[in-house]
Design a protein around this ligand. Structure first.
Ligand code: URA
Length: 240
């Protein structure tokens, strides 16, 4: 249940999708509404957690509140709601949230970083639809030297086994003697895409972290922790 404080009966009926609040007032006045089996005609009646509300004898449920969180997925968690091998899942990271939240897209077992989780199915569908996938930014540590020629190939698009990737934004943040730290933004979400892209140019990914989904950034969120998205972030995601 999401209404941790009492909620006006007419609002409850409206949020259950039965009718408008005004129409709900009429139903209440006409004696069509019961709370816990008792007809209620009082306009200001409140519904409390655990109450059973019925309209014309049919029990109704107000919509579950939509919850949106950003999770910093640690290594060794699978992006799934449960696992037949009993490994830890991202659901464990939000276990103290009463609503059942689903991951938007997925990160590999060994990939860390930003994952959005929500019970808003429509948003999940929109964000993961291949037609309008939002950009995702990763920081990868890759083995070896990332030459300019390889960078150019990554930017243009590479064949990752029957699929040529779209143009990507790629920049080297640091070139170490035996590895490079690279930021890469892609718009697609093929299975293990970033790992395959670097493999295609000859640089094996050693570690991979997602740092942003569109304009939403991982920031300083600690691994294994979550934060609720702000109103502005939720509106931004819905606008995409
Ligand atoms: N690309 C990958 O290779 N792995 C991920 O987890 C995400 C993008």
């Amino acid at each position: 249940m999401w209404y941790t404080v009492a909620m006006r009966l007419n609002k409850y009926i409206a949020s259950a999708g039965v009718c408008s609040r005004r129409k709900a007032d009429e139903l209440i006045a006409n004696g069509n509404v019961k709370i816990n089996g008792v007809v209620i005609r009082e306009m200001g009646a409140q519904v409390e957690e655990g109450d059973a509300v019925s309209v014309n004898g049919t029990e109704i449920k107000a919509d579950a509140a939509k919850v949106y969180v950003a999770v910093n997925k640690p290594m060794g968690y699978i992006t799934s709601m449960d696992d037949d091998k009993d490994r830890q899942t991202v659901a464990d990271l939000v276990a103290d949230i009463p609503e059942r939240l689903f991951p938007v897209g997925r990160l590999d077992y060994n990939t860390t970083g930003l994952l959005i989780m929500t019970n808003d199915g429509a948003l999940t569908y929109a964000l993961t639809h291949p037609k309008h996938e939002v950009s995702k930014t990763y920081v990868a540590t890759v083995a070896g030297v990332l030459s300019n020629a390889r960078l150019a190939r990554l930017r243009k698009g590479v064949d990752i086994g029957g699929f040529v990737t779209s143009p990507a934004q790629v920049r080297v943040l640091r070139q170490n003697p035996r590895s490079a730290v690279v930021e890469i933004s892609i718009h697609e979400g093929k299975n293990r895409q970033v790992r395959k892209m670097f493999a295609a140019v000859g640089n094996k990914v050693q570690s991979l972290e997602r740092v942003a989904i569109g304009d939403i950034r991982l920031g300083r969120l600690l691994p294994g922790h979550y934060r609720k998205l702000t109103k502005a972030e939720i509106e931004y995601l819905k606008s995409l």
